[in-house]
Design a protein around this ligand. Structure first.
Ligand SMILES: Cc1cc2nc3c(=O)[nH]c(=O)nc-3n(C[C@H](O)[C@H](O)[C@H](O)COP(=O)(O)OP(=O)(O)OC[C@H]3O[C@@H](n4cnc5c(N)ncnc54)[C@H](O)[C@@H]3O)c2cc1C
Length: 592
């Protein structure tokens, strides 16, 4: 009897509590920003994902520290785009010709929006490199995840996470209803779609037809492949329904900027982590010349990117001996194509296209729409392609290619309208570099050290022309040999219909003498800003972070960005960085 009574009273109390819970909206705590729940260092793609996830339910106070400012490109009126609160006076802004909304090539040229790390084009602004990258949406492959060598990650988990982020749009810009495989997402925050108008681009179409004639299979979506072999097709991009760049910052964090439990400090540069006895791990940062410390009660997410996160760890003496090692990228060799057929070089630029075809052409565009993958002779029988070819429209240059040119000879002069560009990127380089502290300024930008284990890589090649720099040898001889196969393939394409007779490779490796050919490639291989690996996850005790992205010995600190990826995926990396960041946020939330 007594038991029954007690149960009834208990139930009534629970019901009352549930009613109160449902009826009363949750009031966020007043945040003490010196003691928030979480601090996130970096407002790039990874930082945006982590901060938004931690803040989403309104229960935690989340402080975001971003070294750069807020870049605002006007999405609707390209000619009226502004630099937001970017104030640096050292910018070299090339205002002509104006590009498309949230343009990429011009944004990436503005020095105030980039870190001053030689040879590295890395964003320093809210949105990080995700606010100025080429927007190519490319998932990793099961092969890639297997190479990460940690029992905590599986392809099914990764692919489900991609789907949660994705809102796949069809050709007309509406959310796709079906197709694209079972693991494609249609209700996520980040839109993906093919380049607008690529079917009307004569050069892009000829490139695809030529790849097919050379033995490639044409596909309509590289992301539907779980093992990319010799395939060619249109890229998918993070471009939204209205044709604007779909960045993780704009989609996830920007909507929370006024939330009471989120504070974003721009121009706040983290110097180091501070471990003070009994007070957890704090973040020391500078803003307007003053140094502050925030001491989050529940955790810190490092999302400063694969160059800056290891710099922070090194300056803090945290993470162990492997911090900064294993830096790698997709080294890329640009090849200029001279177009001799008017059909191709009359492909209109954005403004000519606007005049001819109307507003639909004023879309975010990196100047590319199609590409191809290629398996070199270094591939094992079951391995995916290790080369990626990307075609850029006439007059469009990649910022990485710009990097090797002087300011005076920017793409305007160099890439005349009759020149297109094909980049050949190496997807599984053996070359590894490292991030070092600048000992004369440990809190300043990091240094990149190439090698150093094999000085032979870096012997300056003879480099008589201006389109090559002797200090750009980012690859081993083995890597150069693979890149050479891609370069030879491009030369073959120019001899294959329908491209033959209409296109010439302007600058080619010498025809014979393998040594000279490799030197030619080494001198031209550039970085591609797909940096990963400098605080790599793994199951071994000496790995910098564990499979849940927690720093060894400091479980309240997670590495949430590209640094944690131990082996670079076989394709563009941005969307995989988002998956890593989502996982890091869950690890922080799980910890009480
Ligand atoms: C020009 C370019 C083109 C690219 N094209 C593509 C593409 O088409 N597709 C693709 O998949 N990938 C592309 N990438 C790569 C992709 O953008 C990156 O992999 C991705 O942005 C990495 O995200 P992240 O958050 O790890 O780092 P980042 O994007 O580097 O963001 C880090 C952020 O942290 C901030 N920060 C750094 N240090 C500190 C500090 N001490 N204190 C406070 N804040 C700090 C930075 O200012 C930055 O905002 C491209 C990159 C570039 C640069």
């Amino acid at each position: 009897m007594f038991g029954l009574l007690a149960t009834a009273v208990g139930c009534a109390l629970l019901a009352e509590r549930a009613r109160t819970y449902i009826a009363t909206p949750y009031v966020p705590p007043a945040c003490d920003w010196r003691r928030p729940d979480f601090a996130v260092v970096g407002g790039g793609p990874a930082g945006s994902v982590v901060a938004a996830r931690l803040a989403r339910d309104g229960q935690h106070c989340v402080l975001v520290l971003e070294a750069g400012g807020t870049y605002r490109g006007n999405p609707d009126f390209p000619e009226a785009w502004s630099l937001g609160d970017v104030k640096d006076t050292d910018r070299t802004l090339d205002p002509a010709p104006p590009d498309v909304p949230r343009l990429w090539s011009d944004v990436s040229r503005v020095e105030a929006l980039r870190w001053p790390v030689p040879s590295a084009v890395v964003g320093r602004m809210m949105g990080g490199s995700g606010a100025m990258n080429a927007m190519v949406y490319m998932r990793a492959l099961p092969y890639d995840v297997a190479r990460w060598n940690t029992s905590r990650w599986s392809w099914s988990g990764v692919s489900a996470s991609y789907a949660r982020f994705e809102r796949r749009l069809d050709k007309s810009g509406r959310v796709a209803r079906r197709g694209g495989g079972p693991q494609r997402g249609v209700s996520g925050p980040l839109a993906t779609r093919r380049a607008p108008l690529y079917e009307q681009d004569a050069l892009a179409q000829a490139f695809l037809e030529t790849c097919q004639a050379a033995g490639h299979t044409l596909v309509t979506d590289f992301n539907a492949e779980t093992s990319r072999g010799d395939v060619a097709g249109p890229y998918h991009f993070n471009i939204d329904e209205r044709g604007r760049r779909a960045s993780a910052y704009a989609a996830l964090l920007e909507p929370l900027t006024k939330a009471p439990n989120v504070r974003i400090l721009t121009r706040a540069t983290a110097r180091r982590l501070r471990k003070d006895r009994g007070r957890g791990v704090g973040v020391e940062y500078t803003r307007n010349g003053t140094t502050f410390v925030t001491r989050p009660t529940r955790g810190v997410a490092l999302a400063a990117g694969a160059l800056n996160t290891p710099r922070l760890l090194l300056a803090s003496g945290l993470g162990g001996a492997k911090v900064g090692e294993n830096l790698h990228d997709h080294p890329v060799v640009p090849l200029k194509l001279r177009l001799s057929s008017a059909d191709f070089y009359r492909t209109p630029g954005p403004f000519a296209a606007f005049q001819q075809r109307g507003a639909q052409t004023l879309w975010a565009s990196p100047g590319t729409s199609v590409g191809a993958f290629l398996r070199s002779s270094r591939c094992g029988p079951n391995e995916p392609a290790d080369l990626q070819l990307t075609l850029f429209a006439p007059g469009q240059a990649e910022p990485h290619v710009d990097e090797v040119l002087d300011n005076s000879e920017r793409s305007r002069e160099f890439f005349v309208k009759r020149d297109a560009l094909v980049t050949v990127a190496l997807l599984r380089p053996e070359a590894r570099h490292s991030v070092l502290l600048n000992t004369s300024d440990p809190y300043g930008p990091p240094l990149i050290s190439r090698g150093p284990q094999n000085k032979k890589w870096y012997q300056p090649a003879r480099c008589p022309e201006r389109f090559c720099r002797t200090d750009t040898a980012w690859v081993t001889d083995g890597d150069a040999a693979v890149l050479l196969e891609g370069i030879d393939f491009v030369a073959r394409l120019t001899r294959t219909p329908p491209l033959d007779g209409a296109v010439d490779v302007v600058d080619q490796p010498p025809p014979t003498d393998q040594h000279a050919r490799l030197a030619w490639v080494r001198a031209r291989a550039l970085t591609n800003s797909h940096w990963v690996g400098t605080a790599a996850m793994g199951d071994a005790r000496e790995d910098v972070v564990d499979g849940d992205l927690r720093l060894r010995g400091e479980p309240t600190v997670v590495v949430a960005d590209a640094s944690a990826i131990p082996a670079i995926p076989n394709g563009n990396v941005h969307t995989t960085v988002l998956v890593v960041a989502a996982r890091a946020a869950e690890a922080l939330l799980r910890r009480r």
